[in-house]
Design a protein around this ligand. Structure first.
Ligand SMILES: CC(C)(COP(=O)(O)OP(=O)(O)OC[C@H]1O[C@@H](n2cnc3c(N)ncnc32)[C@H](O)[C@@H]1OP(=O)(O)O)[C@@H](O)C(=O)NCCC(=O)NCCS
Length: 168
């Protein structure tokens, strides 16, 4: 079982492990869920995706974490803090991807809020960004519900993205 990082009212965020591969595949290999990414992953790519997360844990002490719905002890998504280079500056990004069975309950908003609080209270970081494609309305609503505001539009990883920013 991965190390627990933080808890919110309904959710627990812990480190991802190889045992999460099947649950992650339901998210990362699904065409609808991945419509704002270059492409869905193939199932065989999941373990190397997990290895890249492990590298982030080792290097930075954080990365994307598993989101567990406490009431059902179920893996419902990933959410966490990643260092991203934007306009040649290392920024701290809150990112999230949820199993579509669990959309529309406020879980992504709650998990992202938990990560923002963790960044501020545990890491002492008050500038958090989210890189969001203009057409990704569900993700923009998550950011806006958590008080993030558009700072600028940038061309990043081949697509236009809004840089949403929160100064906690
Ligand atoms: C982005 C994503 C995580 C958002 O998931 P979501 O279910 O829409 O977001 P939430 O879990 O916060 O749910 C918000 C919705 O639940 C509703 N809701 C129900 N109960 C709620 C509660 N207690 N608190 C907040 N919202 C609640 C809200 O009204 C909201 O609906 P609305 O957006 O129509 O107003 C999801 O669409 C996803 O996984 N997308 C694919 C991956 C992706 O694009 N990631 C982001 C890349 S930048």
């Amino acid at each position: 079982m991965g190390k627990t990082i933080l808890e919110t009212e309904r959710l627990s965020l812990r480190e991802i492990t190889y045992d999460d591969a099947d649950d992650l595949a339901l998210i990362l290999c699904d065409a609808e869920t991945m419509q704002y990414y270059p492409r869905p992953l193939d199932r065989y790519e999941i373990n190397s995706w997990i290895e890249r997360i492990f590298e982030r844990y080792k290097l930075n002490g954080h990365g994307l974490w598993a989101v567990i719905l406490k009431a059902e002890s179920r893996f419902i998504g990933d959410c966490g803090l990643m260092i991203q280079q934007v306009d040649e500056i290392d920024e701290l990004e809150v990112g999230y991807q949820f199993n579509k069975q669990f959309w529309g309950h406020g879980y992504a908003t709650e998990a992202a809020r938990g990560c923002m609080d963790y960044a501020a209270n545990t890491m002492g970081r008050n500038r958090i960004i989210s890189m969001i494609r203009p057409e990704n309305n569900p993700s923009r609503r998550v950011a806006e519900r958590n008080g993030l505001k558009i700072e600028k539009l940038v061309h990043w990883r081949d697509y236009d993205h809004y840089v949403y920013v929160s100064e906690v």
